[in-house]
Design a protein around this ligand. Structure first.
Ligand code: MEV
Length: 425
């Protein structure tokens, strides 16, 4: 902001268009800045205004379709929302290469979410723990009364888990409410339950309650996806062994595992976003799960099967839903779910698991062979061409020239664009 204050009283009461105008003025931008915000949002401005506070526009991310996926015997087209070049093509390519061996096989462990209630400051934590345990049926009644619709759908309270945690300020008793949230991601449902149960816990145990919130380490909502890539589809035993060495590197080194898992999340997050689900929740869960034994590791496992082919498996928490939040409200998210043809949250999670594994295969294969830059460069060159100011047909011509030159850089793009235009007269 060029001048003024960030204390904008009444800003939230304005319409998005009025906010954009005020913002443009405050930031010292011309009226075209407000017009840009309006045009970028198109007909999504009213929706954006309903979804978040102080909306001025939307930030559009490309939505593409990954092809070739065969998942549990079904042909599936997968909408992916991502700004990263190569991600969608990589999934389609990986999926094509495992079709001959049946594609992806997936499963989920269930739909259970965990809500945590923290109790602290008690003289005898073991006593508090026992008192909570004794109230299991009362706790179930409070939880189920908090969400009768979920109960009708066959979900609701399933179990209790209670731990005594040693912390820097003494022992705490942590109660986990385990709740089947069916086809909802479930954050609202379990948070409501935790807030309803907490005052009762204080009453029953005499110990103060503090936080009441879900855990994003959704380890009762795991997805598993596996696939076999035949040797002749991946470039032979040398490539297979290269991929296995890459995997062992990730297993042994958190620096590498972070990047390895980031590749998996390239696929996972793109489908989570395309379906209006909570990308941060899924990412937090994935990385916490990757570190569950105290060391951050690969979310996938790679090995050679009995026939010498490359077998991959991915296991990770995937808390996604079909109902509630942006998934319900966003028409594009709804349409994407129709394209996927899923009817349950577990069905969606299974597709996302397969996409994560496909993405991991593609990244490892590229890294184990030509390196990642070659594939990236063709698409990256288009971005560089656009940034250098290429218009219309110039974009493809300049991108091709950059790849040919083997130097996909902004300064080179600007020089080649000048030359291209000079040749055209
Ligand atoms: C880039 O977005 C993702 C990769 O770095 C993943 C990996 O290294 O496995 C290519």
């Amino acid at each position: 902001m060029s001048e003024g204050t960030s204390r904008l009283s009444g800003f939230h009461k304005l319409t998005p268009a009025e906010r954009a105008e005020r913002l443009a003025r405050l930031a010292g931008l011309g009226p075209e800045a407000a017009a840009h915000y309006a045009a970028a949002a198109g007909d999504q401005l009213a929706l954006a205004d309903r979804l978040v506070e102080n909306a001025v526009s939307t930030l559009n991310v490309p939505l593409g379709i990954a092809t070739n996926l065969l998942i549990d015997g079904r042909e599936i087209l997968v909408p992916m929302a991502t700004e990263e070049s190569s991600v969608i093509a990589a999934v389609g390519n990986a999926a094509k290469r495992c079709r001959a061996s049946g594609g992806f096989t997936t499963a989920t462990s269930g739909n259970e979410m965990i809500a945590q209630i923290q109790q602290l400051g008690m003289p005898d934590p073991a006593q508090v723990r026992l008192k909570v345990l004794e109230r299991r049926s009362d706790i179930k009644a409070v939880c189920d009364a908090a969400d009768p619709v979920l109960l009708e759908l066959g979900g609701g309270f399933r179990d209790l888990e209670i731990r005594v945690l040693e912390t820097a300020e003494g022992p705490m008793v942590i109660t986990h409410l385990i709740v089947d949230t069916r086809d909802a991601m479930g954050a609202n449902a379990v948070n409501t339950m935790a807030e309803a149960v907490a005052p009762r816990l204080a009453e029953w145990t005499g110990a103060r309650t503090h936080l009441r919130i879900l855990s994003n380490l959704a380890d009762r909502r795991l997805v598993r996806a596996r696939a076999v890539w035949p040797l002749d589809e991946i470039g032979g035993a040398g490539v297979r062994d290269g991929i296995l060495s890459a995997y062992r590197f990730a297993e042994a080194d958190p620096y590498r595992a972070a990047t390895h898992n980031k590749g998996i999340m390239n696929g996972v997050t793109a489908v989570v976003l395309a379906t209006g689900n909570d990308t941060r929740a899924v990412e937090a869960g994935a990385h916490a799960y990757a570190a569950r034994d105290g060391r951050y590791r690969s979310l996938s496992r790679w090995e050679t099967d009995a026939d010498g082919n490359l077998a991959g498996a991915l296991e990770m928490p995937l808390a996604v839903g079909l109902v509630g939040g942006a998934t319900r409200l966003h028409p594009t998210a709804q349409q994407n779910l129709q394209v996927l043809g899923v009817e349950t949250a577990a069905g969606l999670a299974r597709i996302i698991g397969a996409v994560g594994l496909a993405q991991n295969f593609a990244a490892l294969r590229a890294l184990a062979t030509t390196g990642i830059q070659k594939g990236h460069m063709a698409l990256h060159a288009q971005n560089v061409a656009l940034l250098a100011g290429a218009l219309g047909e110039e974009v493809d011509a300049l991108a091709a020239a950059l790849v040919q030159a083997g130097e996909v850089r902004q300064d080179v793009a600007e020089r080649l664009l000048r030359e291209l235009r000079a040749r055209k007269g």
